[in-house]
Ligand binder design. Structure first.
Ligand code: PMP
Length: 379
């Protein structure tokens, strides 16, 4: 079946093989006669699905044994509250603000901490660059430093995580990796807690994955809701209350799909990463080579996953989006706070999808410059 190419930032395109497998199993999961949606979360079948998903993710991301993997109800925004309630007992939080999502985290942290320290801000560059970690102002007494390792709206990505210890600071690092989890390896030696909403690279909405070092748990603030207490979730293998069972099942299928991927002689996560690097570099090259499109992000920190771009003639925006839709290229509008366009190239995006987008960029530009020269002749 030929489906359109979906460039949504999330909820986002999922691998077609996964959707087909879910369709196949929808009414009758592996001969049980019931759908995963209809199973008790305490049934042996669901316990197996949940444990398997956890195991697959641990293997895929090489998560060390002293980290728990938690499947948590609600999205990434909720973690901006859950994290300070669970691991913020010092009442001081450092936040690196490098775009829209870390700015949200910065504001939300103020509801739960006595002091929230702005470690750095990319606002001065319009969030087109990431301030060098050596220049960050670290308070030295924070419970943790929060950063967003891939800013979905502004399209800036940490190509490597800061080494806080090398900066003379043993503050645990908390990363929001919602929009590039499972697209590249994570350096666990630098991480205290990593979290991600599922609805970009992992599966349907309604689920967050929280991967947290055991040593950080056990000191939740009294106000922390039990349903979101990471210690209780870890001890119950994410089954303290009913988890988003369908989203966990789907995420498990996605993890196994990633593990099966082959590309350029590589397999699993490395294959997916190689594909992402290739697709993003094709698209950035096409944008940089054109006179009609521009990406304003410093090339050293450009995101492989979310490529924002602007038309130099913004009066063409509507025509661009509707022409794209007519070609089966969906959801290219930028986020409402930035305007412009954005193409998200999550793991499920195919080379053919990126090639079709680039062809469209070129055709639209050519058509526009022809129209512009006709208008000049007529003027
Ligand atoms: N962080 C990042 C990096 C995101 O991209 C998003 C969603 N686009 C969020 C947080 C918020 O996620 P949710 O809507 O699941 O709360």
């Amino acid at each position: 079946m030929h489906r359109p190419f979906n460039f949504s930032a999330g909820p986002a395109t999922l691998p077609q093989d996964v959707l087909m497998q879910a369709r196949e199993e929808l009414l009758n999961w592996q001969g049980t006669g019931v759908s995963v949606m209809e199973m008790s979360h305490r049934s042996p079948e669901f316990l197996h699905i949940c444990a398997q998903a956890e195991h697959s993710l641990r293997t895929l991301l090489s998560v060390p044994d002293d980290f728990h993997i938690l499947f948590v109800q609600a999205g990434a925004t909720a973690q901006n509250a859950m994290i300070p309630l669970n691991i913020g007992r010092a009442g001081v939080i450092d936040v690196a603000v490098t775009g829209h999502w870390s700015q949200q985290s910065y504001h939300e942290a103020q509801r739960y901490a006595r002091q929230v320290n702005l470690a750095c801000s990319g606002a001065g560059t319009g969030f087109t660059d990431i301030p060098a970690p050596a220049q960050w102002q670290l308070s030295g007494q924070a419970s943790y430093l929060h950063l967003c390792s891939n800013e979905t709206v502004h399209g800036v990505e940490f190509q490597q995580l800061p080494d806080l210890r090398a900066l003379g600071c043993d503050t645990p690092l908390v990363i929001d990796c919602s929009s590039h989890i499972a697209a590249r390896p994570l350096d666990w030696s630098r991480i205290g807690l990593a979290y991600a909403g599922a609805q970009k690279n992992l599966g349907p909405a309604g689920l967050s994955v929280v991967i947290v070092r055991d040593a950080l748990l056990g000191h939740a603030l009294p106000a922390c809701p039990s349903a979101f207490n990471y210690r209780l979730l870890a001890d119950s293998h994410s089954l303290y209350s009913t988890p988003p069972t369908w989203s966990i099942y789907m995420a498990g299928l996605v993890f196994d799909w990633i593990a099966r991927q082959q590309d350029s002689g590589l397999h699993g996560l490395a294959a997916v990463e190689a594909r992402n690097i290739r697709q993003a570099s094709w698209l950035y090259q096409a944008i940089d080579a054109s006179g009609l499109y521009e990406n304003r992000v410093n090339p050293a920190v450009r995101s492989r996953m979310n490529v924002p771009f602007f038309l130099t003639d913004e009066s063409l925006n509507d025509a661009f989006v509707s022409g794209a839709r007519a070609r089966g290229l969906l959801q290219l509008n930028g986020h409402k706070i930035t305007g412009g366009m954005r193409a998200s190239l999550y793991n499920a995006m195919t080379d053919a999808g990126v090639q079709a987008l680039i062809q469209y960029l070129q055709d639209f530009e050519q058509q526009h410059s022809r129209q512009a020269s006709v208008q000049q002749v007529l003027a």
